[in-house]
Design a protein around this ligand. Structure first.
Ligand code: COA
Length: 572
């Protein structure tokens, strides 16, 4: 493997040139060979054209993020080179489409290994310009020791569906690329690690993992309206839920989808939807009703660059304000976030269960980076996940839907339960569900609905602390930035610096005691996050005694570890 057992290949070109397929194939082949994989891709909002990039980080150790930069750049066109040339540092490697491509390089940066592969010309000679990407992949396989058998296996699996002819010209293109790659003198340090033997893992993207978590968590009803970057969740659920006797509906818009979710949940089904920021904004009115009517439901928000249509295919963590406080009246929700693809499975199960247990809306925040990131995760098994269902009425005594109980959670019934009839409207109500305008009743009911979820702050502990003892700088971050912070903390500690991390996944109610305990061990607190206003830092200032330094970026891309390392050093 290149250098220190960690290699990053960046494939870049134009949307429509097959960058994504190439990256997917390399990632899948490496995972099948027993390596740990973390991918990151970014592409334009146009279906064809525009800069498209897919980065594959491969290691025999666990990888937590996409890495700082690349070791190998495979440029399909001139734009890909122009965008990335400042990152071609000594020790990196460039593979590009030449001769015959649209790129002419006058001066090769010193210390950069360069391989010219005539991808376009070779593909045209074979009779299919479409297979240019497979010529490139064939060349990469021999130049960097990627396993040929597994690459051909994944290539065949994908293109077989498109017909024998397409499969065959792509296999020929791959072989041609190999031949072109073999004509070059290989640099020995550029070798992907040999296969480690098969591990009990799968490689899966964040959105698919949320869908898988929904199935593992016992989902029964799903309704959504397609929106980038969340649509793949519905696609996954559409494939798997009907086989398990569940129901999926593609609604006419986000308001209809949350309405259907509430209806199905009222009918007794574990229900959810998935959307992105603009869709969540549309749902806010009915989420108020879910809070008022104590109707369990899960909304997954795959955050994208906003506001408005914003940067629909780009990464941002800017819906925390909307998720926590985007409601009319006082209507808090349980808000969770995910760190990585494994979390996308585990936290979706948790989120479904918490909605049932607390009979309220739960919001789960993923993001554009995780949505399309494929990672290796231990093979999930249904028996590892427990299913929690709402506390149902036992049929004894008089049924009062909103009766006060010790834990503030009132037993519920499914429609048709004899003696268990009730109405769940958006109106304030008394214990039996009938409208009530009595001032003391509204106060008591608001307190019930607010207080019932507070217990989570001290009993549900997905938060992790990374590092012991006292620290000069403590890093608090959330979502996919956690993986970047983990590597930054490890690097800084390896240099002897006193740094630790705090990674909350229960965003609301905030586990304030945990924040305070962590804060007591750190001289300074740094909060890196991908949004403009420093949204988590804001909540920390508002809810705890900590006074963090906010460190934000919002260019549509995630942090890389060096950015956090550098900021910590600046503070120190
Ligand atoms: N031979 C035959 N077909 C090939 C091929 C080859 N050698 N290489 C790729 N393809 C096919 C792929 O299988 C894919 O077809 P499919 O959709 O049937 O699976 C198609 O060509 C596109 O290739 P792919 O590698 O998946 O993508 P790309 O790197 O060319 O990039 C997208 C294109 C998909 C990223 C981009 O153009 C896109 O669609 N962006 C979406 C924008 C969006 O969501 N906008 C919403 C705004 S609200």
């Amino acid at each position: 493997m290149a250098k220190d057992n960690d290699m990053i290949i960046r494939v870049a070109g134009e949307g429509g040139e097959g960058v994504v397929s190439t990256g997917d194939f390399i990632a899948a082949a490496c995972a099948r060979a027993g390596l740990e994989v973390y991918t990151f891709k970014t592409f334009p909002a146009e279906v064809r054209g525009g800069y498209c990039m897919y980065q594959i980080r491969v290691s025999s150790d666990r990888v937590y993020n996409q890495g700082d930069s690349f070791d190998v750049l495979c440029a399909f066109n001139g734009e890909a080179y122009e965008v990335n040339k400042h990152l071609l540092k000594p020790g990196t490697c460039l593979v590009y489409d030449a001769p015959g491509g649209d790129l002419e390089i006058d001066t090769i940066p010193e210390g950069v290994t360069v391989y010219q592969i005539p991808m376009s010309v070779a593909a045209k000679e074979l009779g299919s310009y479409r297979s240019k990407n497979m010529v490139a992949m064939g060349a990469l396989s021999v130049l960097f020791n990627l396993n040929e058998a597994t690459l051909k296996e994944v290539l065949t699996k994908k293109f077989k569906k498109k017909g024998e002819e397409i499969l065959n010209f792509n296999l020929k293109a791959f072989d041609k690329g190999k031949e072109l790659g073999l004509a070059h003198k290989k640099v020995d340090s550029w070798r992907m690690a040999d296969a480690q033997g098969k591990k009990d893992v799968i490689i899966i993207a964040g959105n698919d993992a949320v869908g898988m978590g929904a199935i593992m968590g016992g989902l029964e009803f799903f309704s959504a309206y397609p929106i980038t970057p969340a649509t793949e969740i519905a696609k996954f659920v559409a494939t798997h839920l009907p086989k398990r006797a569940g129901t999926l509906v593609q609604a006419e818009d986000e308001i209809a989808s949350i309405g259907q979710v509430l209806g199905a949940s009222y009918a007794g089904k574990k229900s959810m939807t998935a959307t992105s920021g603009p869709g969540l904004a549309l749902m806010s009115e009915l989420l108020g009703m879910a809070f008022m009517g104590e109707i369990p439901c899960l909304v997954v928000d795959v955050q994208r660059g906003g506001p408005s249509t914003g940067l629909p295919t780009k990464h941002e963590q800017s819906d925390l304000f909307l998720a926590i406080h985007g409601a009319h009246g006082d209507a808090p929700r349980i808000v969770l976030s995910v760190e990585d693809v494994k979390d996308c499975i585990d936290m979706t199960v948790d989120a479904l269960n918490l909605a049932e247990q607390f009979q309220c809306p739960v919001l789960l925040l993923s993001d554009g980076s995780l949505a399309f990131s494929t990672q290796t995760v231990p093979t999930p098994r249904p028996e590892d996940y427990k299913h929690v269902y709402r506390k149902r009425w036992n049929g004894e005594g008089k049924f009062l839907r909103y009766i006060m109980t010790d834990d503030l959670i009132s037993p519920i019934t499914d429609p048709g339960t004899p003696g268990g009839e009730y109405i769940a409207t958006g109106l304030e109500h008394g214990a039996n569900g009938a409208p009530s305008w009595v001032p003391a009743n509204h106060e008591a009911m608001q307190r019930k609905r607010h207080d019932k979820i507070q217990i989570l702050a001290t009993t549900y502990k997905p938060t992790e602390v990374d590092g012991d003892g006292d620290a000069d700088v403590g890093i608090i971050t959330w979502g996919s930035t956690i993986g970047v912070a983990r590597e930054a903390v490890a690097r800084l500690r390896a240099e002897g610096l006193k740094v630790k991390g705090f990674y909350p996944k229960l965003m609301w109610p905030m586990p304030i005691q945990e924040y305070e305990a962590f804060g007591k061990t750190c001289k300074k607190i740094l909060v890196p996050e991908v949004n403009f206003q420093g949204q988590l830092a804001h909540f920390i200032r508002a809810e705890t005694s900590l006074r963090p330094i906010s460190h934000t970026i919002c260019g549509g891309l995630p942090f890389n570890p060096s950015m956090i390392v550098d900021k910590v050093k600046e503070i120190l």
